[in-house]
Write a protein that binds this ligand. Sequence first.
Ligand SMILES: C[S@@+](CC[C@H](N)C(=O)[O-])C[C@H]1O[C@@H](n2cnc3c(N)ncnc32)[C@H](O)[C@@H]1O
Length: 383
Amino acid sequence: MSNAIARLEALTKAPPKDPAERLNIYNAARKLVVATEDPFNTICRVNGSPMILTFAQVASDLGLFQKLAEASLPLSSASLADSTGANPLLLSRILRFLASNDMITETGEDAFTASGVTRTLARPGFRAGIAHTFLAIMPCLQATPKFLADTGYVNPTDVLHSPFQIAHKTDKPSYAWAMGQPKLMEDFNLWMAEQHQGQRTWLDVFDFAGHVDGSSAETLVFVDVGGGIGQQCALIKTVFPHLPGRVVLQDQPFVLPHAIPTDGVEKLSFDFWTEQPLKDARIYYMRNILEDYPDDKAITIIANTLPAMTSDSILIIDEMIIPNRGASSRSTLQDMTMMTSLASTERTERQWDTLLDRAGLRTLQKTAYNAATGESIIVTVPK
Ligand SMILES: C[S@@+](CC[C@H](N)C(=O)[O-])C[C@H]1O[C@@H](n2cnc3c(N)ncnc32)[C@H](O)[C@@H]1O
């Protein structure tokens, strides 16, 4: 036993650098925590999770993670009180909580330094992620149990009728509501950018250049249906700056003015409940669109695209695929976020296969480009 503990301690001090090896050890360690915890540890873990988020938000508001990350020596609650203006006794309680929950390191009595976790939480994208979850998602979670009880525990599928509307006292879908909340949108966009920073993209697993080979200036090469603020169009222009042909961002009229300005990207207001007006594109692309709808509605969106497709066209669906068994907590977390804030759903591989078959599509390629999240592309053609 002491040998096992010594090996675990050695791993704690020098975790492997290889991401896949780290993930394996992380998953095994999580199982070990659960296998060895007593009932009070269990209840602390379960009941403590909203408090961890709440005090991460407070620490972030006070800039505690940044101050600790920038300090070369341990800081006390008194010194942090000086630089934040917060009461030292209040700070000492918050710092103790953060340390006991592994967000900062306690090096002595009332002395704290940054750990790797602190430095992560100090990054602007993670600060924004905490704020987004605390301010936009947490109120939805609070509203969820009653919402599900009141609606007889049916699977939420109406974007206008979800815990989100109750939590934020709105009758708008969350995207439309968020457009009127500039600070929230800023945090959301920072958080999305952070999550994708340095990660592989779908262009790493799809032969884009090969598929659009032979295109001319008039060729419609890429139509991003419901492309939001146009990150994927911008990515294509960055990766293939000399690509001839038209790249079109389609979304609702109130979204397009927020699009990232990208040279050579056309913006076209389009409602995907109507037939696709742009015919014969090489690639129609839908990222995080079908997850927002139950199967029948998702099939309608696809059906509105099929008449535009020719034998040169493909439809790429870029979405999370949850494995049929053994889903990661990261993907199920995302699924619950979708359910409570958008009445939408992530799908398992089997659910995707069934949906696309019903929609009249044949799958040519199905590849994950982010193993940790299950983000994948499904390349399809009409059957
Ligand atoms: C989850 S976001 C995905 C955005 C983008 N594809 C991405 O992956 O970042 C869904 C997008 O669908 C757009 N949308 C919703 N209803 C639409 C409609 N009827 N027609 C076109 N776009 C729509 C929203 O405005 C939003 O930009």
